[in-house]
Design a protein around this ligand. Sequence first.
Ligand SMILES: [Zn+2]
Ligand SMILES: [Zn+2]
Length: 110
Amino acid sequence: MSNQEIMMSCRKCGSKHHVGEMNYDSDGSSLICTGCAGKQFNKPSSSTGTRQKLEKPKKIRYICTSCNYKFSRDPGKHRVDVCPYCSKEGNIEEYKEQGAEKLLREATEI
Ligand SMILES: [Zn+2]
Ligand SMILES: [Zn+2]
C-alpha cells in the first residue's frame, strides 16, 4: 500500500531494511543501510571526498612558554617542538585560543 513497506537489501552488508532507512552510497549509485552509511563517514580516508574536512591542512596554534611567541603549525608537516623565534626546544605547548586563556595567565602570574 505504501512505499514504507518496501524492503531493500543493503549493497554493503546485504541485510534488508525499510526503504526509509536506506541511504545512498558515497558514489550516489547504490543504496546502503544506515548502519553502513555511518561507518562510511567514519572512514579516515575516502578519495571520493564528500566532505571538505580532510582537505584543509590541520594547523594547530602553539605557544612557546619560554618567550611567549605564538605560532600555528601543521604538526604533520613541521616540527613543533622547537620555537621558531627563540629556537629553544621543549617549551612548546598547544595554545588554546579562548578567553579563558587570558584569565588563566593572569591567575598564574605570580
Ligand atoms: Zn548495510
Ligand atoms: Zn620561544
